[in-house]
Design a protein around this ligand. Sequence first.
Ligand SMILES: *[C@@H]1O[C@H](CO)[C@@H](O)[C@H](O)[C@H]1NC(C)=O
Ligand SMILES: [Ca+2]
Length: 329
Amino acid sequence: METMAAAFLIPFLLLLSFSPTISPQEWNTQDYMKREHSLVKPYQGMGTSIPYWDFLGNTMVTNNYIRLTGDVQSVRGAVWNKVPCFVQNWEMQIQFKVHGRGKDLFGDGFAFWYVKDPMAEGDVFGSKDFFTGLGVIADTYSNHNGPHNHGHPYISAMVNNGTLHYDHDRDGTHTQLSGCVAKFRNLDYDTYLSIRYKHDTLTVSIDIDNKRAFKECFTVGGVILPTGYYFGVSAATGDLSDAHDLISMKLYDISTPDDDILQDRANVMPSASFFEPPRDHVDDPKPSELSTWKKILLLIFGVIAICGCVFIGGLFYVKQKEQQRKRFY
Ligand SMILES: *[C@@H]1O[C@H](CO)[C@@H](O)[C@H](O)[C@H]1NC(C)=O
Ligand SMILES: [Ca+2]
């Protein structure tokens, strides 16, 4: 009788103790999480170091989050995976929190990296410009003051072979593959970013509506990335600031058995066959032929209008004079 009860109770208790850790976006891939490319609580291993991960700049580790930057001006921070990634098809799920006192003014943002040279500080959200690999940028501050057709915060992707410069003045729009607006700041609930790379297709999704489900931000095909690069996340503040916190990074191997036939990607150059047509080209409007024509037309219409007024006024005056004369008769 007692063993019968135990036989019923134990699976039940097991179920109870496991179910809170299973969230909808990871239940089906949990088995394939690669511990050596993931960063999960508790962060600390032996002593103060975190297994598999390195830190740069102002990064601060607490029990509940890894703060890349605090809500203070002009700081940078980053975490970098020490183990190169040889998984060909992967999905990185990042739980993050960006928050600060600024209501209208805040910045600059954070970026996810899969690059050849990790641990390199620089001006692109805390990391090196002219990087080689992939960057997914969560830009919170709009540097571009001219007319432009997207809001902020904005998430975009950039693939670089070391020759392209990330242009902050244009918010990177000239080098981005694609992007979407994502209002992820100062939210009370958990916010997630997913970067999925499978069969040369890059899909970036977000979960920022407290729905516990990813919503696609964009998908681009023809993205070639080699194996053996390093994952990282960096953040930076400038004149404006925000706290940029990382809660977890989970890397899943999403290869299927038939993926083995794919060519070896160890030595390919990162490249992308699709770039968005650069936007915001209306910075310095030059007097065009059209506008000169418009000016001439306006001038002609102006002259006609003035002539018309003078003529009508004249007619009116003459008519009034005539009436006055009639009255005196
Ligand atoms: C690097 O990328 C640029 C821009 O996409 C391209 O013009 C150039 O040919 C590439 N260089 C190499 C070595 O792949
Ligand atoms: Ca920006």
